[in-house]
Design a protein around this ligand. Structure first.
Ligand SMILES: [Zn+2]
Length: 177
């Protein structure tokens, strides 16, 4: 076979490099709650931040301003998500962990996800360390032992401290509907 034809054949038969899920995720962009790198709690133009519960966002911003005095930036890796985006993440988790049961330890369904409700935020590494020490004073609490990045607002926390953590989301009664 001529070389030029060989090349064409090779290209046509080459396996598709990107898994479909990544292409879909690119389709579900920032309008669905995807978060670009270096996003902070002050990025109002991003739906992932702007669609958070106002009380949660207020607490996050007060904490972020105080954390900045300690040289800590509050980066955001996840906030509000559309149901479509949440379901996409769930499908990816099922593919990654091999079963719906194991995926449920990490990713909630769109019906039960606090991210879809706008009441949860996933913070970056520096913010995580700072919040583990100071978060309760702002009502910001880690909810799951296996997700040190996932914070929600617990308004009673400044007085009573944060509630005991669930081992993982599959132990959370809110995820069992
Ligand atoms: Zn989360």
């Amino acid at each position: 076979m001529p070389d030029s034809e060989r090349v064409r054949t090779t290209v046509r038969d080459a396996p598709v490099q990107a898994p479909p899920s990544r292409a879909v995720r690119r389709g579900l962009g920032t309008a669905h709650g995807a978060v670009p790198a270096s996003t902070t709690v002050f990025d109002d133009e991003l739906p992932a931040v702007a669609n958070l519960d106002p009380d949660l966002l207020d607490a996050l911003r007060r904490a972020a301003i105080d954390a900045a005095d300690d040289g800590v930036e509050f980066s955001v890796n996840g906030g509000w998500r559309s149901p479509e985006y949440q379901n996409q993440l769930l499908r990816e988790a099922i593919a990654k962990y091999g079963s719906a049961e194991e995926a449920a330890r990490w990713v909630a369904t769109a019906d039960t996800s606090a991210h879809v409700a706008g009441t949860a935020v996933d913070v970056g590494f520096a913010a995580r360390a700072w919040l583990s020490e100071h978060g309760a004073g702002y009502g910001l609490c880690q909810i799951y032992r296996n997700e040190p990045w996932h914070y929600e607002l617990r308004p009673e926390a400044p007085e009573c401290g944060c509630p005991p953590q669930y081992a993982d989301p599959s132990h959370d009664p809110r995820t069992r509907r």
